[in-house]
Ligand binder design. Structure first.
Ligand SMILES: Nc1nc2c(c(=O)[nH]1)N[C@H]1C(S)=C(S)[C@@H](COP(=O)(O)OP(=O)(O)OC[C@H]3O[C@@H](n4cnc5c(=O)[nH]c(N)nc54)[C@H](O)[C@@H]3O)O[C@H]1N2
Ligand SMILES: Nc1nc2c(c(=O)[nH]1)N[C@H]1C(S)=C(S)[C@@H](COP(=O)(O)OP(=O)(O)OC[C@H]3O[C@@H](n4cnc5c(=O)[nH]c(N)nc54)[C@H](O)[C@@H]3O)O[C@H]1N2
Ligand code: SF4
Ligand SMILES: [Mo]
Length: 712
């Protein structure tokens, strides 16, 4: 081997080896992370990746999922050209077409449908990716439809709604200045490694940590001073009971409450009426631990509270639970104070980077009239009042029933029907559509239902604006050319805008110009960000003054922090203005004795994205349900045995993974496996009446061992 061959084999960058390092980012998981990546590129191909050293998010590290980026972007089922379906919906028959043909067909169909059924019969949708959404929502509104929605109908937004109901804004924990961190559920070492780092650092500098989680998670093992191992779905009762104890002991902040809080008396009356012995029985948390939690929360100041983006609010009582949890920050006077929870004005894509962008305003500027009639807004009135999107958990119903008005076309960026409860129901709805366009990187089971499939780009193939905590902004340039004829979503939106004859000067001028517009006033330009080729500290940061927000009057109906919500009261009968507890929709029975928690995160996969990537798969080679060792023993089940999870909605075959992390009577099963789709076991009507969020964790099932030779 020559010296040069050796250097190429070692992937050493240089002119002689033809290997260069391009700075890009990982978008496999949430925009809360989007870690920096050094992509080693040779002949237009990524041959190696590393975390970017010194990056404000990941500082050189990649997580288990991010390490799969090469395999992910080069997944075998990448779509390389626009496709037109030629056979049955859901089948394999597609023919390649040109972009021009694809756009002509889409524009003709959308405009024709608009003429016949009205613009509202066309729905625009975004799956988990978020970076182009501010343009997509605007395109939908420009087109004239009120129906734009996203995966956010099931993710995080109910937390945002809970904070908004009480304070008028979202709030973030001020962990660097807190003494006590109350983590209402925490599996962040699997789901959000930046938050995991925050907890580890917090603990290292001597902070106290309370974690409320039914499982023993890595955060519990590493950091918890107190672990409340709550029965899933009973958290609202626990939080309210703790509030009652704080008030009864006089540990609440009476001066703060007097000045800033609306509805304290009604709230105090309710929470003080809860009987701790009964609460202990229902929640399974020992009485002395509930008392210790109340003592710690009432006396350790300042306290920051946080709940995870996808567990509490995946219960059918999740929104009220989140309100009950956040109320603890208010009654102790921690809200809007240093080390407590700080009101947050979002930076680009709902991030907390500390400077102001105008993307949310940009998205809704062209909103058509009649917006109150968007999908799901009447069925879930609190959602309808607070969130400027459709509630997608009502989408399949409206497509299938055509009530109150028909929905005929769906243009989706990254649709995944399996993410919805009773996933077959959403699949049937899509099958009924007159016209379905899916824009995705991969030929997924959902894309196979589409009339036209458009190939999208990965984060390595596009330019993208990103913000990071601490006031950082970054403008990534493509590391490689798009694969095949793939185009990035923002370009597709721009081109579709033109083909639909929409005169929107921003959308028509493209992504970069739109970003320039939404970061006006930040004190930095896109050109400067591109030239820096590294995260830049933005000059014009928002200022924080303790109690500054509440002193000027909150953006709530009363102008105060509302424990009694006037917004909910205005929604009419059946909804409760106090954050009162009600039990989750499903209760274990003799027939289905286990609580089934679907989608609780595991370290190696994320939604649909990595199930088919062999590296990721190797860590959990088959769909597996986590159960307690006691239950496994009782049922004669050993690790790796085939078991069947069943309930009245169906059954799936998985492998057993007994683990002491799980308490008896509970089953944890990750979602989106095509061969074992746990969302089929969910009730499509088990939805939170306030937020419309699905009860992904409010289900029950039975477990049966699958005998040799039997198939489920
Ligand atoms: N049972 C159960 N179901 C759940 C959950 C649960 O806990 N349990 N969690 C819910 C939550 S919190 C969420 S966020 C959702 C996940 O939401 P989903 O939208 O289901 O998430 P993904 O599968 O990651 O992405 C959807 C599609 O987008 C494609 N995609 C990736 N990048 C891009 C891109 O840049 N452009 C385009 N056009 N497409 C792209 C992917 O290939 C994929 O096919 O699932 C929800 N569903
Ligand atoms: N590896 C991986 N990471 C991900 C994702 C992924 O699919 N895979 N998805 C991303 C997305 S879209 C999201 S929304 C986030 C979600 O992020 P998280 O909300 O952190 O995720 P989960 O693991 O679903 O839930 C966290 C914890 O909630 C606990 N829990 C479940 N039900 C209850 C309950 O009723 N009460 C209490 N107190 N705790 C409960 C679980 O035991 C778990 O330990 O993760 C993101 N990160
Ligand atoms: S998947 Fe991992 S590496 Fe990628 S952005 Fe998320 S945390 Fe970072
Ligand atoms: Mo999510």
């Amino acid at each position: 081997m020559t010296e040069l061959e050796r250097k190429i084999k070692a992937k050493i960058p240089g002119e002689d080896t033809g290997i260069s390092i391009k700075k890009t980012m990982c978008d496999i998981c949430t925009p809360l992370c989007h870690c920096g990546i050094d992509a080693y590129v040779k002949d237009g191909e990524v041959i190696k990746i590393e975390g970017t050293a010194g990056h404000p998010m990941n500082g050189g590290v990649l997580c288990t999922k991010g390490a799969n980026n090469r395999a992910y972007i080069y997944r075998e089922d990448r779509i390389k050209t626009p496709l037109r379906r030629t056979g049955e919906r859901g089948g394999e028959s597609f023919e390649p077409i040109t972009w021009d043909e694809a756009y002509s067909e889409i524009a003709a169909k959308l405009l024709g449908t608009k003429r016949t059924y009205g613009a509202n019969s066309v729905v625009f949708y975004s799956g988990y990716d978020k970076w182009y959404r501010f343009m997509l929502q605007r395109l939908a509104f420009d087109f004239g439809t009120i129906n734009y929605g996203a995966e956010s109908s099931t993710c995080f937004t109910a937390n945002r709604m809970a904070w908004m109901t009480m304070t008028g804004k979202f709030a973030r924990p001020d962990m660097p200045n807190a003494q006590l961190y109350l983590a209402w559920s925490s599996a962040t070492h699997y789901s959000r490694f930046n938050v995991a780092n925050n907890i580890d650092n917090f603990k290292r500098r001597g902070g106290k940590v309370i974690i409320v989680d039914p499982r023993i998670t890595p955060a519990v093992q590493r950091c918890a001073d107190l672990h409340l191992r709550v029965k899933p779905g009973t958290d609202g009762l626990l939080a309210n009971c703790i509030a009652g104890l704080i008030i009864k002991k006089g540990l609440h902040d009476a001066e703060y409450i007097e000045k800033y809080v609306h509805g304290f008396e009604e709230y105090a009356q309710y929470v003080c009426s809860l009987d701790i012995a009964e609460v202990s029985r229902v929640t399974t948390v020992p009485q002395e631990l509930i008392e210790r939690a109340a003592e710690m929360i009432g006396t350790t100041k300042p306290m920051s509270v946080e709940n995870s983006p996808g567990s509490l609010i995946h219960q059918t009582n999740g929104y009220q639970t989140a309100r009950a949890v956040f109320a603890l920050s208010v009654i102790t006077g921690n809200y809007n104070n240093v080390g407590g929870n700080l009101p947050l004005d979002f930076t680009f894509c709902e991030q907390g980077a500390g400077f102001k962008t105008s993307d949310e305003q940009f998205a809704v500027e062209t909103m058509p009239s009649g917006y109150e009639n968007r999908v799901g807004a009447a069925r879930f009135p609190v959602w309808g009042k607070l969130i400027t999107q459709i509630q997608c958990t009502d989408l399949a119903r409206q497509i299938l029933e055509g009530e109150p008005y028909p929905l005929k076309c769906l243009v989706a960026h990254g649709m995944n029907y399996r993410m919805f409860p009773d996933s077959g129901y959403m699949r049937r709805a899509i099958e009924k559509l007159d016209f379905f366009v899916d824009i995705d990187l991969f030929m997924t089971d959902t894309a196979r239902l589409a009339d036209i499939v458009l190939p999208a780009c990965s984060s390595f193939e596009r330019e993208e604006f990103k913000v990071y905590p601490g006031g950082f902004a970054r403008y990534y340039m493509p590391a490689i050319e798009p694969l095949g004829e793939a185009r990035n979503d923002a370009r597709i939106i721009q081109e579709l805008c033109a083909r639909l004859g929409i005169e929107d000067e921003y959308l028509l001028s493209g992504y970069r110009k739109c970003i320039e517009h939404v970061i006006e006033g930040c004190g930095v330009t896109v050109d400067e960000l591109i030239a820096a080729d590294a995260p830049v500290k933005v000059p014009n940061m928002m200022k924080f003054t303790p109690r500054g927000y509440i002193d000027h009057g909150c953006a709530t109906p009363s102008g105060k922090l509302e424990l009694y919500s006037e917004l909910i009261a205005s929604c009419g009968a059946g909804l409760e203005p106090l954050p009162k507890y009600y039990p989750p929709s499903a209760r274990p029975s003799e027939e289905f004795p286990f609580i089934l928690l679907t989608g609780v995160r595991v370290a190696n996969v994320i939604h649909t994205r990595l199930h088919g990537v062999s590296w990721a798969r190797a860590l959990r080679p088959y769909p597996a349900a986590d159960i307690s060792p006691e239950d496994a023993e009782r049922l004669g089940i050993s690790a790796g045995d085939k078991i069947c999870l069943y309930n009245e909605h169906g059954e799936i075959e998985v492998r057993a993974n007994p683990t002491a992390a799980v308490a008896a009577g509970q089953v944890f099963m990750f979602h989106d496996y095509s061969e074992a789709d746990v969302s089929r076991l969910l009730d499509r009507n088990a939805l939170d009446a306030y937020s419309g969020f699905p009860g992904y964790k409010s289900a029950v099932c039975g477990i049966r061992k699958v005998e040799e030779g039997e198939s489920v």
